[in-house]
Design a protein around this ligand. Structure first.
Ligand code: SF4
Length: 351
């Protein structure tokens, strides 16, 4: 049965919905899972080339599970939120060892896997298996908050509960995959964060935010909180003759876990370890490059890059440290600010 919310949406999607995305071609649950994870916090246009390269290298769950984490992170490099890639890799290993390399058709079992919450599990089940499991990603939250006039920030438990109830009652019992795709498409195309195009929307006649002129107010924003600022230094140790830089693999827990970064230290008082090393090795005075600000969910990081030009490869016995040739950087997944500094290095030093 199709309800009064889903009916106009499905009709609209038949004409305006997207059917050409690479993960829509075959309804393969693995493709849908990877695309859903990549699409968290990331736009469709950005995801497409990453998805295609990822699938060319890791065409099935077991291939992904036996690849090294380093390689998976290198394929993720630039997409951000790297915990997504680490969880994907861990979940692939569980699925390969315990489920014969396929995704189970049970939401509660899917939710036991690393990185799969209710909405991602529901997206896999509805899009791949046509099951009536509602999703609640950012786009869907926005549509439902406006249509049903739900007040309050969706990060609060009671608001989230109301949104799940709305998602459940809006979900039809048939055409489930088409419905899920339709509501995601509506949120991405017409019911956008600013200036929604209500005049073209199939839900316009019943949408409370549109009727009451409240599309600017809903969904309610996150209560504003100033993010704390942390500071650190990154030491860019460059050996131009051999075209190499010194990188350090970060611990797997914590930010940028498992990615390669320049040696970092927090400051003269905080962490003398690297500073001491630099002093002991009698490095030349560094060039001070412009600061970079990188924003995380809970804080902002101010990075001060220190560039050292060396005439030899320093022997540094430090955990996870490696001299890497500039033409092999693609094998080492790097967080966005490090990629930016690499670009600056290549431009300014002509390497
Ligand atoms: S009518 Fe406007 S606010 Fe309501 S769902 Fe459609 S686009 Fe969004």
């Amino acid at each position: 049965m199709v309800n009064e919310f889903a009916q106009p949406l499905l009709q609209w999607a038949e004409v305006y919905g997207r059917r050409d995305l690479p993960w829509q071609k075959d309804r393969d649950p693995y493709h849908i899972w990877v695309s859903e994870v990549m699409l968290q916090q990331t736009r469709v246009d950005t995801v497409i080339p990453y998805f295609q390269k990822f699938m060319a290298r890791f065409p099935d769950i077991c291939t992904l599970s036996i690849a090294s984490l380093d390689e998976v992170l290198a394929y993720w490099s630039g997409l951000g939120y790297y915990a997504r890639a680490r969880n994907l890799h861990r979940a692939a290993s569980v699925l390969c060892n315990e489920q014969g390399g396929s995704l189970p058709m049970d939401r509660l079992v899917l939710e036991t896997l690393p990185g799969i919450g209710r909405s991602t599990a529901a997206a896999i089940l509805s899009l791949a298996y046509d099951l009536p499991e509602p999703i609640l990603d950012g786009n869907v939250k926005r549509v439902l908050s406006r249509y049903y006039e739900i007040e309050g920030w969706s990060g609060s438990g009671s608001v989230l509960r109301q949104l799940w109830q709305c998602a459940e009652k809006s979900m039809p019992v048939s055409s489930c995959g088409a419905y899920t795709q339709a509501i995601m498409d509506l949120g991405a195309s017409l019911c956008t964060r600013s200036k929604p195009q209500c005049e073209h929307c199939p839900l316009m006649a019943e949408c409370m935010a549109q009727i009451k002129g409240r599309t600017d107010e809903l969904p309610s924003p996150r209560p504003s909180k100033k993010l704390p600022l942390r500071k650190n230094y990154m030491a860019i140790l460059h050996h131009p003759k051999e075209s190499m830089v010194l990188l350090q693999r970060r611990a797997e827990n914590g930010i940028w876990g498992g990615l390669w970064s320049f040696p970092e230290f927090e400051g003269e008082q905080e962490n003398g370890e690297w500073l001491q090393l630099i002093e002991d090795k009698q490095l030349p005075n560094p060039e001070l490059w412009n600061d970079i600000i990188h924003t995380f969910t809970h804080f902002r990081l101010q990075i001060t890059p220190l560039y050292f030009e060396l005439d030899h490869q320093l022997e540094i016995e430090h955990k996870g440290v490696e001299w890497v040739a500039l033409n092999r950087l693609h094998e080492h997944g790097q967080p966005a600010p490090v990629k930016k500094l690499m670009k600056q290095l290549q431009q300014e030093k002509n390497v």
